[in-house]
Design a protein around this ligand. Structure first.
Ligand code: FMN
Length: 367
């Protein structure tokens, strides 16, 4: 254990030793409405529950008596160096968890040499978050109602030193969030999207009886493949599409010059009954070939989960809810502790599986 973390340890309760422990503790630290909003998934949570089941169903095949003394978790993806392949997924409105919000998360990411994807819907300005990050920093972009305003966010991200644009395409509208509805979750008035402060007011829409508030309303403003092609012409930042869950969409992204995709079901929070990312990952890897960058999320809670995703073709993985829970429980310290837990769990898994480097992890590492 590195000495630089030693002062932290006294402040952490003794029985807080895994990512799921943070989930347990977060329940006590958060108002119930916020906890339910974060923990929940879409509708009947079939996809949410399946995310865990399908990861749990995969077993690791150990290769014994390997020399691991030169091992390490370092990896390179899209020309960026990562100390380990675990990134922080974009998670909106982090001041719901802690007054320091995304700044605390960024400080923890930096300390634990972890890449961070900053949400369009952050409660701190993207520039302020960037100032705290020397590790790979990517900006997650939600398309806005006008190309002009979307572009203003891209320019700000470029100026602030973000190196990739992660365009989320699986959540043009919320899924059916019954759990959050039942809990009565509404965004508190003092919490808002700092990056969207200057967003022009949305035009008032009215619908006649033949029209749908979903199709003619919400969906009229969301991007299509043409908008992704347009965005490519507007920026030199590599574009990553987040939320890809089919072979066809992954291939289309690759053909369009998209730099990589995040295989994700948004943590089971959008459409219920989607497949899990871990089911689709090997199929997508096979279709796009060995070199195309694939990032994985939805369900990661353990170093063994990270290992399984890498074995099935991911280059990097992202953590969603666990970072929010850790932030709620202990701010920057909690997120740093969580990242250390996962990094060490990955190291232990790699050592016991006999795969000392990230490159050694393959489908042969699984049963
Ligand atoms: C509270 C919350 C807020 C989120 N906000 C965003 C967001 O702003 N942008 C985005 O692309 N994904 C968002 N996500 C999805 C995460 O980036 C990620 O895909 C998902 O949480 C991964 O699943 P996991 O929670 O099981 O790790 C959010 C997820 C949660 C739980």
């Amino acid at each position: 254990m590195s000495m630089q973390y030693a002062p932290f340890l006294d402040a952490i309760p003794q029985d807080l030793v895994s990512a799921s422990d943070y989930s347990r503790y977060a329940k006590e630290h958060l108002p119930q409405t916020i906890y339910e909003y974060v923990v929940g998934g879409g509708a009947d949570e079939i996809t949410l529950n399946r995310n865990r089941q399908k990861l749990d169903d995969i077993l690791i095949s150990p290769s014994l008596l390997q020399d691991c003394t030169n091992g390490g978790t370092n990896t390179v993806c899209m020309d960026e160096k990562f100390r380990h392949p675990i990134l922080l997924a974009p998670v909106a409105f982090q001041q719901l968890a802690h007054p320091d919000g995304e700044i605390a998360t960024a400080q923890a990411a930096d300390l634990l040499e972890t890449g961070m994807i900053v949400s369009t819907l952050s409660t701190k300005p993207l520039e302020d978050i960037a100032e705290n990050l020397t590790q790979p920093k990517w900006f997650q972009l939600y398309f806005q109602q006008s190309h002009e305003f979307t572009l203003s966010l891209v320019r700000r991200a470029e100026k602030a030193g973000y190196t990739k644009l992660v365009v989320t395409v699986d959540a043009p509208l919320h899924g059916i969030r019954n759990r959050a509805q039942r809990a009565g979750f509404v965004l508190p008035e003092d919490i808002s999207a700092a990056n969207l402060k200057d967003r022009p007011p949305l035009p008032r829409q009215s619908f006649d009886a033949s029209q749908s508030i979903v199709f003619q309303g919400m969906m009229s403003e969301v991007p299509t493949w043409d908008d992704i092609a347009w965005l490519r012409t507007q920026t030199t930042l590599p574009i990553i599409l987040k939320g890809v869950l089919s072979v066809a969409d992954a291939l289309k992204a690759k053909q369009l010059g998209v730099a990589g995709v995040v295989v994700s079901n948004h943590g089971g929070r959008t459409l219920d009954c989607l497949p899990t990312s871990i089911e689709m990952l090997p199929l997508i890897r096979q279709a796009v070939g060995p070199e195309y960058p694939l990032i994985f999320d939805s369900g990661i809670e353990r170093g063994t989960d990270v290992f399984k995703a890498l074995a099935l073709g991911a280059n990097l993985v992202c953590l969603g809810r666990p970072q929010f829970y850790a932030l709620a429980v202990a701010g920057a310290l909690g997120v740093a502790h969580l990242l250390r837990i996962l990094r060490e769990e990955l190291e232990v898994t790699m050592s016991l599986a006999g795969t000392p480097t990230i490159k050694d992890i393959s489908s042969d590492s699984l049963i």
